[in-house]
Design a protein around this ligand. Structure first.
Ligand code: B12
Ligand SMILES: *[C@@H]1O[C@H](CO)[C@@H](O)[C@H](O)[C@H]1NC(C)=O
Ligand SMILES: *[C@@H]1O[C@H](CO)[C@@H](O)[C@H](O)[C@H]1NC(C)=O
Length: 133
């Protein structure tokens, strides 16, 4: 009797936690280059629930899909995306990797934070775009 009551209480508790707080958040990563315009490359990975983009990029790199990246640590803003697939931004050439996000409704946003602070939403397409400034 007591065990049944406990089990019922436990099941009730579990059922009120939204399902989306479990499991992973799938994202795709598109690598584009607006300077020399080679073909785009796309990859799939995920972040954990409310995980940061840096975690997803690290997981993607480890998954041997041919994606690689490096970053530097800015003392104020944290990780700065330095290179993608062997191509690095350069202060002399005034190039950098811009971070854009295409939402499932196709609108493209420019996050006001970097890869260490951006928390992807499900089915975000992360666009890493080699650009000039
Ligand atoms: C100029 C500038 C840039 C230039 C820096 C290169 C250059 N040589 O000019 C470029 C165009 C590369 C740039 C890029 C980005 N930037 Co910027 N940038 C600035 C800006 C306007 C001035 C920085 C500066 O010169 N400070 C004066 C110098 C003397 O101080 P410093 O410490 O040496 O400055 C360095 C850092 O600021 C660093 N830096 C610049 N942006 C960013 C962003 C991140 C995430 C990191 C870790 C470092 C970093 O580069 C500067 C030169 O080395 C600031 C806003 C401001 N008014 O401060 C935003 C600012 C720092 N950038 C910001 C952002 C979000 C970005 C991007 C993520 C935008 C995007 N969506 O792509 C990208 C970085 C992407 C990546 N590769 O990781 C945010 C950071 C907020 C946060 N908490 O993360 C700020 C505060 C603007 C904002 N939106 O509010 N940026
Ligand atoms: C590559 O991706 C960028 C960013 O989404 C887009 O603007 C561009 O049209 C794409 N290029 C090709 C050839 O698909
Ligand atoms: C697209 O979706 C984002 C959030 O996912 C929302 O902020 C934005 O307003 C939407 N844009 C349009 C044009 O519907």
């Amino acid at each position: 009797m007591k065990a049944t009551a406990l089990l019922t209480a436990a099941l009730l508790l579990i059922s009120v936690i939204p399902a989306k707080s479990f499991g992973n958040t799938p994202i795709t990563v598109l690598v584009a280059n607006s300077v020399t315009n080679p073909p785009n490359q796309t990859y799939s990975t995920f972040v954990v629930f409310r995980g940061i983009l840096l975690g997803g990029l690290t997981r993607l790199q480890a998954s041997n899909q041919g994606f690689g990246f490096t970053y530097t640590e800015d003392p104020n803003y944290g990780p700065f995306l330095q290179s993608v697939n062997g191509l690095a931004g350069s202060a002399e050439e005034r190039t950098y990797w811009q971070l854009l996000v295409k939402k499932p409704n196709n609108s493209i946003i420019i996050p006001d934070v970097g890869i260490g602070c951006y928390i992807p939403a499900a089915n975000d397409q992360i666009i890493l775009k080699y650009s000039t400034y």
